[in-house]
Design a protein around this ligand. Structure first.
Ligand SMILES: Cc1cc2nc3c(=O)[nH]c(=O)nc-3n(C[C@H](O)[C@H](O)[C@H](O)COP(=O)(O)O)c2cc1C
Length: 198
């Protein structure tokens, strides 16, 4: 990583592994960067090897690499705000959840929980590869469903993945959004140890 790249490590109340501490969601990507097929396969494997309820693996992820027709199609399925920055990514990954198992409906909460943790595992692999990811829920679900041929799967989110870009030569608006500090609720609002929730 070169020095002009922004780092936004979490301010933590206890020690944290760098893969988790240093993950954050940038909007400035190096649009000249491309991911090899092997690199994208590694992301697919991280997703594939996530845990799931009854090992039913109710998910699929479609990777669209920059320069492909599919990347253009997925870009058009992002909302206007996300389109402004996410098209600089090297890959747009469309996460799908399957609410059916052998034609029978699955528990909805479990389905989306499973798809969520697989997405998180994929993003951890992104970080381990020195890349960055940004989840997006601001998407056109119906349009994306057609774009990727989701059929009976639900479109959950799109993840922009790529090499973090430099702040140089970016618009003031984008830079000011990018440098906004990360924040979280107080630890006491989030986790409780050795006693009931107060
Ligand atoms: C499911 C989900 C949907 C999100 N949707 C968007 C989005 O549409 N556009 C966007 O710019 N950021 C989106 N985000 C990113 C969050 O705003 C970001 O994760 C949050 O502000 C915390 O910042 P951090 O990831 O840098 O710690 C989304 C995150 C998640 C998990």
């Amino acid at each position: 990583m070169t020095n002009d790249l922004l780092n936004k490590p979490a301010e933590t109340a206890a020690e944290l592994h760098p893969l988790i501490r240093d993950r954050w969601s940038p909007r400035i990507f190096d649009s000249s960067h491309h991911l090899s097929l092997e690199e994208v396969q590694s992301l697919g494997e991280a997703f594939r090897w996530s845990a799931s309820s009854f090992n039913q693996q109710p998910w699929h992820v479609v990777f669209a690499r920059s320069g492909s027709d599919l990347f253009q199609g997925v870009s058009e399925g992002l909302n206007e705000f996300n389109q402004q920055w996410a098209t600089g990514a090297s890959v747009l990954a469309v996460v799908l959840a399957n609410q059916f198992e052998d034609g029978s409906p699955r528990d909805k909460a479990a389905t989306f929980f499973d798809a969520g943790i697989a997405s998180s595992q994929l993003v951890t692999q992104v970080e381990a590869m020195g890349l960055k990811a940004h989840y997006m829920g601001g998407i056109e679900h119906d349009a994306l469903s057609i774009t990727v041929n989701a059929v009976d799967r639900d479109v959950v989110c799109v993840i922009a993945i790529g090499k973090q870009g430099s702040l140089a030569n970016q618009t003031e608006k984008l830079v000011s959004r990018e440098i906004t500090p990360r924040s979280r609720l107080d630890p006491t609002a989030i986790y409780t140890i050795d006693h009931k929730i107060a």
